[in-house]
Design a protein. Structure first.
Length: 138
């Protein structure tokens, strides 16, 4: 008895699997890229008239920039005893954000009165608050 193998059916299955992967993979990468860009783009106004202000933010003692303008966002904040706390949430800062109140290191507070957003601004990078600018009022 001789078995006949239909190579065309194998190639159709392989082709449909390859086509499925080739369609799904780019869509997955596009979605992941869009999610990354949502967190990497500048905050509202930072790419327009507010861009020079965001770009002028520098760490108080080193003078180094407060990371990229894409790392800075307006946040809720509160005064607790002798320091500030900022709410660092995942929706704003990404999946690695603590989604909790984070103490602002006093050495990272920029004492600026020219905050055009009217809200507190935090530059969050690598799991820490690099710069903080107080809002117009609590």
């Amino acid at each position: 008895m001789k078995f006949v193998t239909d190579n065309s059916s194998r190639s159709r299955i392989a082709c449909s699997m390859t086509t499925g992967i080739s369609v799904v993979a780019p869509l997955l990468f596009a979605l992941l890229g869009a999610a990354a860009l949502a967190f990497a783009k500048p905050p509202p106004g930072a790419d327009g008239s507010l861009a020079p202000w965001f770009q002028s933010l520098a760490q108080p003692y080193t003078g180094y920039p407060c990371c990229s303008v894409a790392d800075c966002r307006t946040v809720q904040y509160r005064a607790v005893a002798d320091h500030f706390e900022a709410f660092i949430d995942r929706r704003t800062f990404g999946a690695d954000a603590p989604d909790d109140w984070v103490p602002v290191p006093p050495s990272n507070v920029l004492h600026r009165k020219d905050n055009p957003t009217g809200e507190a601004v935090v530059c969050w990078y690598n799991g820490e608050i690099r710069c903080f600018v107080e809002g117009a009022g609590i």
